[in-house]
Ligand binder design. Structure first.
Ligand code: GAP
Length: 361
């Protein structure tokens, strides 16, 4: 959560900073972060007087529009987790440290949506609140830096395109004692992919103060009672998807393919009869398709010619394509084609499952 030094594209949930518009290029800025609060740092144009902006989406619960029903769509999933905290400790009695995770919609009245699905007004967030004893926050913060690194490897992002940006105190959200923005080099520039924040005990303490409900944790070993602190990895689904697609997209002379990590490929394999108008080939191919489908996500395609079918599976990142041809009818072998190298091997039908299991792992 980088409170951008001067540009108003960074966003803190439910928090509105006074912003000024450039009369010429129409960009928006936080004037308190500018050297000259009257002049646009991008084009030199004149800035308007600073104004407060609504950053949360307003609506009314119930059929009658009025102050009593006034409500706001959540700008982060995090607060739902804090609200559930008491239910969880009263029902499951977990011991610290433990994490609660949620995925769901978040809404922000974003000032500058853009870059395809990078910044939108409605998006899907995945957040973990990891509850800890405050005295151990540094240890757990390091642990989560490592976990995020592991996750980035799993989704196949190039280490060289990832930056761990330690956010300076003056730019951090008011509740955070340490924040790292995990940035990715998108084709349109380097920008925030995820956030990792040490939110202290700010949220539970504030909910407790405002509601009058005790949200402290009792450690039965040390007999201590205290409000846990949290480390929060916060991730956008759309930004994850966008980074994965940017990383996987490959263009070669005649083809486009998605070099997805195998775990992320929607189909692991596809089965084709060489010719769709030869019933014997189709029948054999269907047999193979049915047996492979039981073990791996498998596509069936009999449209057009074989080359086009390969290319269309390449475009969605299917790692292996299996073709049933005339030789199959004679010796129970098929060709299996590798998405990345386009090399083909001939293997026995009864070896397909073990071949895929070995090569996809
Ligand atoms: N609970 C902390 C929090 O909400 P944030 O940095 O404002 O922090 C966390 O948002 C993550 O949510 C971002 O790193 C990004 O992945 C995603 N995100 C935030 N605003 C977004 C938007 N307008 N469109 C798409 N994703 C967004």
């Amino acid at each position: 959560m980088n409170r951008k030094v001067w540009q108003a594209s960074g966003h803190e949930a439910g928090f509105s900073d006074p912003l000024a518009d450039c009369k010429k290029c129409k960009n928006r800025f936080r004037p308190d972060k500018l050297e000259n609060p009257k002049v646009c740092p991008m084009c030199g144009g004149e800035l308007t007087e600073p104004r407060q902006f609504n950053t949360m989406m307003k609506t009314f619960v119930g059929p009658v529009e009025g102050e009593a029903g006034l409500t706001y769509l959540r700008p982060e999933t995090a607060q739902g987790i804090f609200i559930n905290f008491k239910n969880i400790i009263d029902s499951f009695h977990p011991k610290l440290p433990f994490g609660l995770a949620q995925i769901g919609k978040a809404f922000r009245n974003e000032i500058t949506p853009g870059n395809f699905i990078f910044r939108t007004r409605e998006f899907e967030q995945m957040e973990i609140e990891y509850f800890i004893n405050g005295s151990e926050w540094e240890k757990w913060f390091k642990y989560w830096v490592n976990e995020v690194k592991n996750w980035l490897k799993i989704i196949g992002l190039d280490e060289e395109k990832i930056y761990f940006h330690d956010i300076a105190g003056s730019e951090r959200a008011h509740y955070s004692k340490k924040t790292i923005d995990i940035e990715y080099k998108f084709p349109f520039g380097q920008d925030e992919l995820y956030g990792l924040a040490y939110r202290t005990d700010f949220d539970l303490k504030t909910h407790s103060e405002k509601s009058g409900v005790d949200l402290s944790y009792f450690d039965s070993e040390t007999r201590e009672k205290f409000i846990p602190h949290v480390i929060e990895p916060s991730m956008g689904v759309e930004r994850t998807l966008l980074a994965i697609l940017c990383e996987a997209y490959q263009e070669e002379k005649e083809r486009v393919y998605l070099k997805l990590p195998f775990a992320l490929a929607p189909y692991k394999t596809a089965v084709f009869p060489l010719l769709a108008n030869k019933p014997q080939l189709v029948e054999k191919a269907k047999e193979v398709y049915k047996s492979v489908k039981g073990c791996f996500a498998c596509a069936w395609d009999e449209r057009g010619n074989i080359g086009k079918r390969y290319y269309s599976q390449d475009e969605i990142g299917t790692p292996y394509c299996i073709t049933i041809d005339f030789q199959t009818l004679e010796d129970e072998t098929v060709t299996i084609r590798n998405r990345d190298t386009m090399e083909q091997e001939r293997i026995k039908i009864n070896a397909i499952i073990s071949y895929l299991a070995k090569n996809l792992s």
